[in-house]
Design a binder for this molecule. Structure first.
Ligand SMILES: NC(=O)c1ccc[n+]([C@@H]2O[C@H](COP(=O)([O-])OP(=O)(O)OC[C@H]3O[C@@H](n4cnc5c(N)ncnc54)[C@H](O)[C@@H]3O)[C@@H](O)[C@H]2O)c1
Length: 305
């Protein structure tokens, strides 16, 4: 199986490459910057022609579309750029695949953020009508609509709605790597003041390796035209995740709220019901503790900035 992975040089891409290769797949990574061993095709997905040429060259059996602006706050700062990359990029990719005129499944990686205001305290299932509350969620919802519309032109497409996933390789623009980076600036046994945003928000955290296994499963066994939530189904406050991280860090931590880190619109609770994915045989096998330890280990090894 030849699989083209867009956004291959980001956090998830390298984990996905290894999971696909473990199943015998041949992986081709696409991205805007050269990253040896990860990005083979230098392409910006907003460039429709270059995207079509890359897809035609690889002739994949499947495409996993990870490429995008993945930070909620960065999308909020540059909404036009966010729509161009996240929604326009999805359009480039699905049109490039249709132009192949050959069987090729597209796994469009959206986000649980699309549920937005529709999310309540209980885990959300795929039947709930999305109501995005931020630019990022809206760009992902638009990408879903674009991809699903193309199934009427013959596209074999599946929508993945992952909730938060964590592990080594994620940049400190995201909450847990940011905490880990701040904590590991002082040696073990030391004291540190941590700058935080809203700790009360409840999210659904998974180990990145469990999520990429779900992508591999969806490529092989997902039903075309369907939407699947990917997550743990368990709600955890950011505060409880911080406590787990601090307990593992071996430092004394004092918390200080930094108003710059508070998001203007915050979904209080965002947890997925993942029974539809589990019905395909998927079962998470790694804990968030393992992911947090891996993030801390990675930050401990990094030279101080
Ligand atoms: N990490 C999570 O918790 C999470 C949760 C839900 C959804 N997602 C989605 O999963 C996907 C992968 O997430 P990630 O954490 O690896 O994100 P990431 O930001 O680490 O990686 C995204 C990649 O896309 C690339 N990219 C950006 N603009 C591009 C363009 N114009 N053309 C080609 N490539 C471009 C970037 O260079 C980067 O390598 C993203 O679409 C993200 O929105 C992630």
């Amino acid at each position: 199986m030849r699989v083209l992975v867009t956004g291959a040089g980001g956090f998830v891409g390298p984990h996905l490459r290894r999971a696909l290769q473990a199943t015998g797949a041949e992986v081709f990574g696409l991205g805007p910057h050269p990253i040896p061993g990860e990005v083979d095709l230098l392409v910006d997905v907003t460039d429709t022609k270059a995207t079509a040429e890359a897809v035609a060259k690889v002739k994949p059996d499947a495409v996993v579309h990870l490429a995008g602006l993945s930070s909620v706050s960065e999308c909020g700062k540059e909404p036009m750029k966010a729509f161009q990359i996240n929604s326009g990029g999805a359009l480039s990719v699905v049109q490039a695949v249709l132009a192949l005129k050959a069987p090729c499944r597209v796994l469009l990686v959206s986000s649980g953020e699309v549920y937005g205001a529709a999310a309540g305290p209980a885990p959300i299932d795929e039947g709930l009508l999305p109501d995005p509350m931020n630019v990022y969620g809206a760009t992902k919802r638009a990408a879903e609509i674009i991809a699903l519309q193309h199934r009427y032109q013959g596209l074999d497409v599946i929508i993945a709605r992952p909730f938060n996933h964590i592990g080594p390789g994620q940049t400190p623009t995201f909450v847990l790597p940011s905490f880990a980076q701040q904590v590991t600036r002082v040696p073990r046994g030391g004291q540190v003041t941590l700058e935080v945003g809203n700790l009360s928000a409840v999210r659904d955290f998974s180990h990145v390796e469990d999520i990429v296994e779900a992508y591999v499963l969806l490529l092989r066994q997902g039903k075309g035209g369907e939407v699947y939530n990917l997550g743990s189904g368990v709600g955890r406050s950011i505060e409880s995740m911080l406590q787990l991280l601090v307990a593992r860090s071996g430092r004394e931590v004092t918390v200080k709220v930094d108003p710059k880190r508070l998001r203007p619109v915050e979904i209080p609770t965002l947890v997925g019901n993942v029974e539809k994915l589990k019905a395909l045989g998927w079962k998470p096998t790694r804990s968030v503790d393992q992911a947090l330890s891996a993030i801390l280990d990675e930050m401990e090894r990094r030279p101080a900035p």
